[in-house]
Design a binder for this molecule. Structure first.
Ligand code: 164
Ligand code: MG
Length: 371
């Protein structure tokens, strides 16, 4: 593989509706797209999932831009690239900055699959031509609004409902959801809103048959999660705590969780995501693919990784129309009866729409080998 140039684009797109979690609200989403071009004019695409504010993790659109421009892209020009799985190793001297690494590594994986003439999901070792998907619902104004939104998405066939919880918006709201929807697959994501002092409050949620309780405690913790999991029947799922296959190994050995939410951006890219998947599968730990409110570019990568066999639980890869008036890809991602058909076209399998990308681009910069 020979990469001729990399184009970074800073975009802003307004979501259809604000998305609120325990740490903030996303509405005008700012994000970075990475386009990797080869000598034959093919383009591979990746998306950085870092947000404008360092609230989910320490990265932002600004840190990603600087890390790519000054530290990561220069590492690409120094050697011959035989396979995209080599990129993660080249980036290891650079600490953390996983979302920056994932964005460019994803673009290179897409370019590689296009050069091979195969869908990205096959290049990753996936074996499904359709995936089950759920939907993540942000914190709503009130209980009735949440119940109405859940009703809407159940009617659209989503296989699993994920709601956000935090102190003051938890037991009562889950009880109301369970009362109205006794049989749906239901989970709750706390985004680290609790501490071990809340252990009794969280243990009381066992009565509501949640599929899992996602990231109840601190974003960088595994010890307290292990203590909590011992008191809970409900499986703990880790999201923010897991950045690598080593983190996954430690969490499983400590008993910190029974399920892992794999987000390609959070773990530094598709290669590490595959490693985590393989390790979890060998230890009978189910995984699913989380979302970061991506455009269709990042959404396409999430669909591809979800085709691996260990992704046995519905993820957060909802339809484009759930987030955007107009997505950046053609066709858009659609969900029929809670399933997404996996495209068979080469690469990510969706065509980036340059007109729409240009319309939402605030600024861009091109980097060439040797310049
Ligand atoms: O629909 C999606 O893309 C998932 C949205 C979602 O649940 C999240 C997005 C970004 C950060 C978090 O708030 C949260 C999560 O933790 O999974
Ligand atoms: Mg989460």
């Amino acid at each position: 593989m020979k990469i001729h140039s990399i184009i970074l684009r800073m975009l802003t797109m307004r979501m259809k509706s604000p998305f609120t979690t325990s740490f903030g609200t996303e509405w005008n989403k700012q994000f970075i797209l990475v386009e990797a071009r080869d000598e034959d004019g093919r383009s591979g695409w990746g998306e950085a999932v870092a947000m404008a504010e360092p609230l989910y993790n320490e990265e932002t659109v600004d840190t990603v831009w600087i890390l790519l421009k000054k530290h990561l892209l220069p590492l690409l020009w120094q050697r011959e690239l035989n396979h995209p799985r080599e990129v993660a190793g080249w980036f290891t001297p650079i600490r953390r900055n996983y979302m920056a690494k994932a964005a460019v590594e994803g673009a290179i994986w897409d370019l590689f699959a296009k050069e091979q003439g195969i869908p990205l999901y096959r290049a990753l070792g996936g074996n499904k031509n359709a995936i089950d998907v759920g939907i993540s619902i942000g914190i709503q104004k009130n209980q009735e609004e949440l119940l109405a939104v859940i009703e809407k998405y159940c009617n659209e066939g989503y296989k699993r409902i994920k709601i956000k919880i935090m102190p003051g918006w938890d037991t009562e709201i889950i009880a109301a959801v369970r009362c109205r929807f006794p049989d749906i697959l239901l989970m709750a994501d706390a985004n680290s809103a609790y501490t071990l002092e809340d252990i009794n409050r969280l243990a009381a949620l066992d009565r509501y048959q949640l599929m899992m309780l996602e990231q109840p405690l601190a974003h960088d913790d595994m010890i307290d999660h292990a203590q909590l999991q011992q008191q809970l029947r409900t499986p703990v799922c880790l999201d923010e705590s897991i950045h690598s296959v080593e983190d996954a190994r430690k969490a499983i050995e400590l008993g910190s969780c029974r399920i892992i939410n794999i987000k390609v951006g959070r773990v530094g890219g598709l290669t590490e995501a595959c490693r985590i998947h393989d390790f979890c599968r060998s230890h009978n730990v189910p995984v699913w693919c989380g979302g970061m409110l991506e455009s269709g570019i990042g959404r396409a990568h999430n669909i591809a990784i979800t085709t691996l066999p260990g992704f046995t639980l519905p993820g957060d890869t909802a339809a484009s129309s759930r987030y955007w008036e107009q997505d950046l890809i053609l066709p858009e991602v659609t969900v029929e009866q809670g399933r997404v058909q996996v495209p068979e076209e080469p690469g990510i399998g969706y065509e980036p729409c340059r007109e729409r990308i240009d319309y939402h681009t605030l600024y861009s910069e091109t980097f060439r080998n040797g310049e």
